[in-house]
Write a protein that binds this ligand. Structure first.
Ligand code: ZN
Ligand code: ZN
Length: 358
């Protein structure tokens, strides 16, 4: 009987940022992912970043994320392997990974709402392993990846995974920003600043940014805010009203995810106005219908679909959207724990987006 000596199968390993329950995370060895479905891509990460949502996860505030999960839903990389059904990409392609994975075939995808794809949505770094690793498996690659435009700076490109589509779709578009509008953005983190930059596509007359961090307010002015309000030192509602002849704003964009900032939006919106919620809320808020019922308001909530990525890339390529200026810090991917500390201390560190380069 012939025998063959079989070597023990070598399990390829990689390094990844792993969530181990509230306030516990580690940069550790994990099995390198592989193509599982015919529609998958395996991507070698070259640039990734940390999102405010990741900080919520680390605190244990996002119950869908279980211990052992590799975090991260933003990234740029190179296709290393493809399932047999992927037709839009080839091995070696440089790609942008959308924070939303979508099949493109289900009823919600066909209704133009891939954020609620029956076999996708925001799953990366949430219910499946994410991008803060050397490699990531991306499901439904044909719909969930974008070709990197030739010559684009990767530091700008990675901002298109999440923050620019989110600021644009959930803030600017949901708020229906129009020429001449007065717009207030509550929260000057990266998402609020993305709403600030993309609101300017529509020439609003007033762009008021409200935050408590003097550095972020300074950044907001340099990004095109016409007025800033520090709610720590000023009465935000009165100041916004005085800036709008007592009327309030046409569009109030909530870019924090807290009861206080949602309250501010309700207090500064003008009759006929729109409140566009972007923030991820972990607690319930009060909705003052006793005051708002007669005000002809629109209140919108949504997850980002990232269907605006091609449009945003075109605007960026034309020189009209400086995406790269959002990046303030760069670390080697292996220094991700240090990067988390920096991003977690954004006010002291003057941090906006913290990039990780593999
Ligand atoms: Zn994000
Ligand atoms: Zn779908």
């Amino acid at each position: 009987m012939a025998t063959t000596i079989q070597e023990e199968p070598k399990i390829a390993v990689m390094k990844a940022l792993v969530y181990h329950g509230p306030n516990r995370r580690a940069w550790e060895d994990k099995p390198k992912p592989s193509v599982r479905e015919t529609t998958d891509a395996l991507v070698r990460i070259t640039t990734t970043t940390i999102c405010g949502t990741d900080l919520h996860i680390i605190k244990g505030e996002v119950p869908t994320v279980q211990a052992g999960r590799i975090l991260g839903h933003e990234g740029v990389g190179v296709v290393e392997a493809l399932g047999s059904a992927v037709t839009g990409f080839t091995v070696g392609d440089r790609v942008l990974i959308s924070c939303v994975s979508s099949c493109g075939k289900c009823d919600t995808c066909k209704r133009g709402m891939p954020s609620h794809c029956r076999d996708g949505g925001w799953i990366l770094g949430n219910t499946i392993d994410g991008t803060q690793a050397q490699y990531v498996r991306v499901p439904h690659a044909d719909n969930s990846l974008y070709h990197s435009p030739a010559g684009i700076d990767e530091d700008a490109l990675v901002m298109m995974s999440d923050i620019f589509p989110t600021g644009f779709e959930c803030g600017t578009l949901s708020g229906q920003v129009k020429p001449g509008d007065s717009v207030a953005i509550v929260g000057a983190g990266p998402i609020g600043l993305a709403a600030l930059l993309t609101s300017q596509f529509f020439s609003p007359a007033k762009l008021i940014v409200i935050d408590q961090d003097p550095n972020r307010l300074k950044v907001a002015l340099s990004f095109g805010a016409t007025h800033v309000v520090n709610f720590k030192t000023e009465k935000a509602v009165e100041k916004v009203r005085s800036l709008t002849k007592g009327e309030g704003v046409d569009v109030a964009i909530e870019a924090v995810g807290s009861p206080g900032s949602f309250e501010t939006c309700q207090n500064i919106v003008a009759p006929g106005g729109r409140i566009a919620n972007i923030g991820v809320h972990g607690r319930s808020v009060e909705l003052h219908l006793e005051k708002l019922w007669s005000m002809n308001l629109t209140l919108t909530t949504r997850l980002v679909d990232t269907t605006s990525i091609p449009l945003l890339l075109k605007v960026h390529q034309s020189g009209k959207l400086d995406a790269k200026r959002m990046s303030t810090h760069k670390f080697a991917l292996s220094d991700i724990l240090k990067a988390y500390d920096t991003f977690g201390n954004a006010a002291q560190e003057n941090a906006l987006k913290v990039l990780l380069k593999a």
